[in-house]
Design a protein around this ligand. Structure first.
Ligand code: NAP
Ligand code: HSE
Length: 428
């Protein structure tokens, strides 16, 4: 009889309950694929009484996740509680100190503490695996650390937050208001415990920072991610962008340049006909570019019980098989501290603003653009009843510095009736 791999699972919410279900329903398959049985020794959550739709009576219970992480009958600590600090970090540190391997779905914790945790784990001969932390069910961490290990990665790009993509696409397709769509995303199990992490772009920024570390052999540097959420995007923007042949996506782009490491997670316009433009609902898409392989596109469910639990199980099976890869694909002490660089490559921009409806208003805006060296590609003024005129401009390629100069110039014209919205148009 082969020795079973014994799990301690902390967190029995959307993801944790999904993992327990797979282990209960697929015991034989998991044993065959792993070469040994995968069993649960004990679990932990805040409330022991809560009905989670799974039978937990066969497992030990710990109120304290640190106690769970250090139990003698636990080989792998599976952290599915969430939160960058607090119990998740304390229990993960305790597990490592006790010589346990760790599987986690917690991008917040790794984006902020990935380097010291990886160093501690590797010093102890333990692994930290985090496939579920990035893009839900898509095996993108494995693709980067293993499948593309023979490449110099040149760019990582993608839509990595299911909630934001669900909100943006559903508002457009169903013509529903933000609040109603947000509630739907909640029911689908997409949301973080603190949903501002989702709509603020922070969750997707965490994921991008983790992928960048693997892709470029650098220390995770979340604070340097240029970040903007979807809070300023209105149904009006979504519809007007569609009129011009674009979709709005919360898009992450990371690349190593001669000036340093660029990382940005911001709303962007992409062509409606492009694969990213056609991405609907909670689906994620990650585009990886390597010098030998060219471009790889991975697409799939980015959140929810089944897809995320699937990714957790892939890590558990790897540990059971004896596969031991450094957390970020190379020994943690060898990861370099990259110099952060702001994205300077020129791009076209979408500009939306309301102008006071008086003679010469549009001419003043056009003059500011010209004075900033920005050329107009397309411009539309929409019909209106109010004394303010909605105007939409698509520029030719320009730099962010020139655009910032123009935005300051708009302020000084005295013809703005609302703050302008400026969104980069990304070539994808
Ligand atoms: P969730 O539904 O809110 O579940 C969190 C679980 O952690 C709950 O069972 C909760 O206990 C437990 N918990 C919280 N604090 C605890 C503490 N101090 N001690 C013991 N247990 C504690 O969250 P989730 O959606 O499953 O997400 C879990 C992790 O997966 C997070 O890191 C999240 O970012 C990540 N993730 C989620 C998804 C997704 O689609 N949901 C996708 C990818 C990654 P109670 O149930 O008793 O309150
Ligand atoms: N809240 C996250 C999302 C869960 O919506 O993508 C998956 O990481």
């Amino acid at each position: 009889m082969t020795t079973p791999l014994r799990l301690g699972i902390a967190g029995l919410g959307t993801v944790g309950a999904g993992v327990v279900k797979i282990i209960q329903q697929r015991a034989n398959l998991l044993a065959q694929r792993s070469g040994r049985p995968v069993v649960i020794s004990a679990v932990s959550a805040r409330s022991r009484a809560k009905d989670r739709g799974v039978d937990l009576t066969a497992y030990g219970w710990e109120d304290d996740p640190v106690a769970l992480a250090t139990r003698d009958d636990v080989d792998v600590f599976v952290e599915l509680m969430g939160g960058s600090d607090g119990p998740a970090k304390a229990a993960t540190e305790a597990a490592i100190a006790a010589g346990k391997d760790v599987v986690t779905a917690n991008k917040a914790m790794l984006a902020l503490h990935g380097q010291p945790l990886a160093e501690a784990a590797e010093a102890q001969g333990c692994v930290i695996r985090f496939e579920a932390a990035v893009a839900g069910g898509i095996p993108v961490v494995k693709a980067l650390t293993e499948g593309l290990a023979g490449n110099q990665i040149t760019r990582v790009m993608g839509v990595m937050n299911g909630t934001c993509n669900y909100i943006l696409t559903r508002m457009e397709s169903a013509g529903l208001p933000y609040d109603e769509v947000f509630e739907e995303a909640n029911k689908l199990g997409y949301l973080e415990a603190d949903p501002t992490l989702d709509v603020g772009g922070i969750d997707a920024g965490h994921k991008l920072a983790l992928l960048a570390a693997i892709a470029f052999g650098t220390r995770v540097d979340f604070p340097s991610v240029e970040l903007e959420g979807i809070g300023r995007i209105t149904i009006e923007d979504i519809r007007r962008a569609a009129d011009m042949g674009f979709k709005i996506k919360l898009l992450g782009v990371s690349q190593m340049t001669g000036r340093g490491l660029e990382q940005r997670m911001t709303p962007c316009l992409v062509p409606a006909s492009s694969p990213l433009g056609q991405l609907e609902g909670g689906t994620n898409m990650v585009v990886l570019e390597g010098d030998n392989v060219g471009q790889i596109v991975l697409r799939g469910a980015g959140a929810g019980e089944g897809p995320t639990a699937s990714a957790v199980m892939s890590d558990v099976i790897d540990v059971a098989r004896g596969i031991r890869v450094s957390t970020f694909g190379q020994p943690a002490p060898s990861l370099e501290q990259a110099r952060p660089a702001r994205a300077t490559a020129a791009a076209p921009y979408y500009l939306r603003m309301d102008l006071l409806d008086k003679p010469g208003a549009l001419a003043k805006i056009a003059t500011v653009l010209g004075d900033s060296g920005i050329s107009i590609d397309r411009m539309r003024q929409y019909g209106h009843d109010e004394p303010k005129a909605p105007v939409l401009i698509v520029t030719h390629k320009t730099t962010r510095d020139a655009l910032d100069h123009a935005l300051k110039g708009f302020d000084a014209t005295g013809v703005l009736a609302s703050d302008p919205v400026a969104i980069r148009i990304e070539a994808v």
